[in-house]
Write a protein that binds this ligand. Structure first.
Ligand code: FES
Ligand SMILES: [Fe+2]
Length: 486
């Protein structure tokens, strides 16, 4: 394994020491350096934190994200032509989505350009949404197609438009483009959103009551797995050699390596195996807000997640997944799901509010239904049931926008650090007119993540090049709980 080089790009770090990997299994482990943070200076400045987290119009990161297609709303939320409009907030803009008589989706400004009444109350009829205040009607392109309150001879309607963002649908998702181009970029090659007709795929969303960056950071922070999610799982209850076994034995990775890539950033986090090989968990951040986590086996896991900023203090989690070849977290030898690993995504009914869609029943207001008894007797490490909910609780508990000036980052935060740098660098570059390559090169998203066993002297990123390729069938890997040996 190579030394970690991320420190050079993190300009706030002033107090770093490097040391050789400790001698836990000195004869088995690759020669490695570990970054040790010993000081107080690893936090971001207030201005960097604001740069990274603000998403409204005109903000650097807001403008960066507007370069990309964005998952806006599920197709099922606009089930039929002329069905009810839906309030949608995206990047701090209040919008109204509707499906017109021909099935086309419109995503328009909430505020009628006449005298600012909400278009949500509009009549969805005959290929347009008609404002109920004075009857102005707009089509899905934002053109005013009727203005009955003005004299018949007036051409005023030809001069008025409502802001309308282009939309396209793919596998149950309505995507929108809120950027400046009239010639639109391509949709990203999000593999599970491109599965052919008849194949197994799913998409789901959950609202999170916090800024999108800290939500995303939960996905690229691999060291929390053995604590937050599997803290009550003992290796004796798991099958020796299986990925879950290796994940809790030892509970934290023994080293991390992080790389900048054309699509964003990637990390490899390693643990020893019983033999000479190394177990690597390989995962990615892909611009501007996607993650690929290493839950399953590298090569067959088809899973992409997105953290779409709703506004500065709310984000919408999107989960795109393909067929599940074998979930490595299947349970213990006793047949039980590892403590708290079961799914607990009970939703309350959607309301029509801008922040009323896809909310969980367990939330901050009820302490995420924490079971202190289960926490005390270590049945569930957190006392909170469900992996997603555990993540939701800790990331929301940081506050609506985490104060990164008060953090103390360690070696296990190397992917978080490098990804922050990647986001801020892209935002600053855009202000200089540099467009990120991911905007125009959809193939950069053709990646996969997961766990893999590698020889101890392998360079993980190069060694996994083939296994990381999306859109490849690898039937020989389906059903294994030990993963490929690359
Ligand atoms: S405010 Fe909408 S038509 Fe007047
Ligand atoms: Fe997590």
């Amino acid at each position: 394994m190579e030394a970690l080089f991320f420190c050079s790009v993190f300009r706030s770090i002033t107090n770093i020491a490097t040391e050789l990997t400790p001698s836990l299994h000195p004869t088995k482990l690759p020669l490695s350096f570990k970054i040790v943070y010993t000081g107080e200076a690893t936090m971001l400045t207030t201005s960097d934190n604001e740069l990274m987290t603000k998403v409204g119009p005109g903000t650097p990161v807001g403008e960066l994200i507007r370069q990309y297609w964005i998952p806006a709303i599920m197709s099922s939320e606009l089930p039929t032509p002329d069905s009810d409009p839906v309030r949608v907030r995206l990047l701090s803009e209040d919008l109204v989505a509707f499906r017109d008589t021909d099935g086309n989706v419109g995503l328009i400004d909430n505020y009628c350009p006449h005298r600012r009444a909400s278009m949500f109350f509009g009549r969805n009829e005959e290929c347009g949404l008609r404002c109920v205040y004075h009857g102005w009607k707009f089509d899905s392109n934002g053109d005013c197609v009727d203005m009955p309150s003005e004299p018949a001879e007036s051409n005023f309607k030809d001069k008025v438009k409502i802001t309308a963002y282009p939309c396209q649908e793919r596998n149950g998702v309505i995507w929108t483009y809120m950027g400046p181009r009239t010639e639109l970029p391509p949709l990203p090659d999000i593999e599970p959103n491109m599965m052919p007709e008849g194949s197994e795929w799913s998409v789901s969303t959950v609202l999170r009551d916090c800024n999108w960056v800290q939500a995303l950071e939960g996905d690229i922070d691999t060291s929390h797995l053995g604590f937050l999610h599997f803290g009550s799982v003992n290796s004796e209850d798991l099958t020796p050699g299986a990925f879950d076994y290796l994940t809790v034995n030892p509970r934290a990775p023994q080293g991390y390596d992080v790389v900048d890539t054309d699509y964003g950033t990637s990390y490899g986090a390693w643990r020893p195996t019983a033999g000479d090989d190394i177990y690597w968990r390989v995962a990615h951040f892909l611009a501007p807000f996607y993650s690929m986590i290493p839950t399953n086996v590298l090569g067959v896991q088809i899973l992409v997640r997105a953290w779409v900023p709703v506004d500065d203090t709310h984000s919408m989690f999107w989960n795109f997944s393909g067929p599940n070849p074998f979930r490595s977290v299947t349970g213990t030898k006793k047949g039980k799901a590892p403590g708290g690993a079961s799914v607990n995504n009970d939703f309350i009914p959607n309301s029509s509010n801008f922040l009323g869609r896809w909310r969980l029943a367990a939330n901050e207001g009820n302490d995420y239904q924490i079971d202190r008894e289960a926490q005390k007797n270590n049945k569930i490490y957190t006392g909170i049931t469900g992996i997603h909910l555990q993540d939701q609780a800790v990331t929301e508990s940081m506050g609506a926008i985490s104060d990164r000036t008060r953090e103390h980052l360690g070696a296990s935060d190397s992917m978080v650090i490098k990804t922050r740098q990647s986001i801020m660098r892209a935002a600053r570059n855009l202000q200089e007119g540099i467009i990120p390559p991911t905007v125009d090169r959809p193939e950069l998203y053709q990646e996969r993540s997961g766990g893999v066993i590698l020889p101890k002297d392998a360079k993980w990123y190069e060694a996994t090049k083939e296994l990381r390729k999306a859109f490849v069938d690898r039937p020989e890997l389906v059903g294994t709980d030990k993963g490929p040996k690359a």
